[in-house]
Design a protein. Sequence first.
Length: 115
Amino acid sequence: MHAKRIELAKSVASCLFAAERAIDVAASRTAELNAIMPMARLDGGMSAMIGQDAFEASTHALICLAEARQRIVDTHRHLKEASDEIGLRALNFGDSIKPPTKAGLQSPEHLRVAS
């Protein structure tokens, strides 16, 4: 049963990491779009009124992506808690660099990367 849980956790982790990556790529591309639009307007000698609606919409999209990123980070944390609850506390399914714990330390030394 433990091996089955590990395999299931790997599948979930793979999907989670793909979602995290997709959100980061989308945020990055949207930020690039937000950066180029005002410069294109300036370089083209156009009125600030030209493309303002597009700029606002794209900026709002970036805000939504930031919110989505927070939700996927929350999902990641909740899945880690669930992993601990089903007896997979000692496994790390993703990146080896983790944020500091509340005590200011890196992830506990007893973790090992699941491969």
